[in-house]
Write a protein of this length. Structure first.
Length: 453
């Protein structure tokens, strides 16, 4: 299954000033597969060391001399390694975090050998890490689960993918094609973007098997919490994981995780999960200017699950019949539509940068909230998610008036539409702006679409 991140790794491999790369991401999002695919496509000898399965291999890096390290690896594996035609892959590096400091020497003394490290839940290991990090001598890439467009490709709909990814505002999408895309959107909300689950769906179309894989993934994360959580209670981490699903679409409240506990340990554990990318924060923004994180209220944030399919299975939605599940998704109960859009916005930013998402919520006085606030060039653009075909936009009108903005986006179930809005806010203030309404399945393409305005 093709991953868009493969193109980024190609650029890294062929770069003149290549640094050792660290792939970061939650477990089972496809990091190992990407590296193996990279080596295969470029005809490189893959030297793969799994440090979680074979922790003793970390001893091969005891010296700060890459040449000597390579000779030790050759002796251990019984093979010859040519730096210019090989790729050294340190998988599950969180099991041996002391190796991070060794990466700098490959950059300085053996630059002809491409080196990639990958790990899950790195922050759990690095919180106890006492070695200096090789600042400026390594580069990071951030891998999310498979996006909706990648799911469309994996489903055997390559012509449809090209249609959607190249779509420009003003072009017509037929009603028949629109319904097909909504059907795929429904499937993605159920199956999600975890590669193993998508592969099962692609090959067998067996929903029960997909559900079993999703439950296995959730169990794996819970096991990881116990293994790498250290002093953090693994049971608390698991409860937070479940609470994120229950609080989708709303301001995240720590006390809803466990009313019997103090906020401090819940906050600490949540931050670990967020840093490790098992869940992610949607940060509050004032929306007054760039950067979006300026004047933020740290007490206000929403949370997203790693994957919408895992959220659905935790809700028990996978056991519903298709019409009932469709109604649940399309009515936005449980914030599934917001989860979908946020997931695609994160995928559109990764892997070159650590994805950040923002939303706006009035912190005093009258109620008001904007689901997402994004940056396009030097513009601030609010994004409203309406999973149903219609919905009021009082908060959006008020936000546009207060911030003096001229462009907004609405994601819903309708066909694309660009219109000029001229209304009065609930306080009687006139406001006018351009509203770009797009079907929710184009959320991954938002930045490209608004760049046309």
């Amino acid at each position: 299954m093709f991953r868009f991140a493969a193109d980024i790794l190609d650029e890294w491999l062929q770069g003149k000033n290549r640094k050792p790369a660290v792939l970061r991401g939650a477990r089972q999002v496809g990091k190992t597969w990407l590296v193996r695919d990279l080596a295969k496509r470029h005809g490189l000898n893959l030297v793969e060391l799994n440090l979680e399965r074979f922790p003793n291999l970390a001893d091969l890096f005891s010296e700060n001399r890459p040449g000597e390290t390579i000779r030790d690896i050759e002796a251990e594996l019984g093979e010859t390694i040519d730096p210019e035609s090989s790729l050294l892959f340190l998988d599950e590096i969180q099991a041996a975090p002391e190796l991070f400091s060794k990466l700098r020497w490959f950059r300085e003394e053996l630059p002809e050998l491409p080196v990639i490290a990958a790990g899950s839940l790195l922050e759990f290991a690095l919180q106890k890490y006492r070695y200096s990090m090789p600042v400026g001598r390594i580069t990071y890439y951030y891998l999310e689960q498979m996006s909706f467009f990648e799911f469309v490709l994996a489903s055997g709909n390559e012509p449809l993918y090209h249609k959607l990814s190249s779509y420009r505002l003003g072009e017509k999408i037929s009603g028949t094609l629109h319904e097909k895309c909504l059907g795929l959107y429904h499937d993605y909300c159920l199956i999600g973007g975890m590669p193993e689950v998508i592969r099962e769906w692609k090959e067998n179309r067996n929903l029960k098997s997909c559900i079993k894989l999703q439950h296995d993934l959730l169990a794996t994360y819970r096991d990881d919490f116990h293994k790498y959580g250290g002093e953090t209670d693994g049971r608390l981490l698991a409860r937070i994981f479940l609470s994120v699903s229950k609080q989708l679409g709303n301001k995240f409240v720590y006390t809803r995780v466990d009313p019997s506990l103090k906020t401090a340990p819940i906050k600490k554990a949540f931050n670990l999960l967020s840093q490790a990318r098992v869940c992610s924060k949607v940060l509050h923004t004032s929306g007054n200017g760039l950067p979006l994180g300026a004047e933020s209220n740290e007490k206000f944030f929403k949370a997203l699950m790693l994957d919408i399919g895992l959220a659905s299975v935790q809700f028990g939605l996978s056991s519903m019949n298709r019409p009932d599940f469709s109604n649940m998704v399309f009515s936005n109960k449980g914030g599934l539509a917001e989860q979908f859009v946020g997931q695609q916005l994160r995928s559109a930013q990764a892997p070159s940068a650590d994805p950040l998402l923002f939303y706006w919520q009035r912190t005093g006085g009258r109620l008001g909230e904007i689901d997402y606030v994004i940056q396009q060039g030097n513009r601030i653009v609010p994004v409203e998610v309406k999973a149903g075909p219609a919905g009021t936009m009082k908060s959006l009108h008020q936000f546009m008036a207060e911030k003096s903005l001229n462009l907004a986006v609405r994601c819903n179930l309708n066909l694309p539409l660009v219109e000029d809005i001229r209304v009065k806010t609930t306080l009687g203030k006139p406001v006018k702006y351009r509203l770009v309404s797009i079907p929710i399945y184009l959320a991954e393409h938002i930045l490209e679409l608004i760049s046309q305005q």
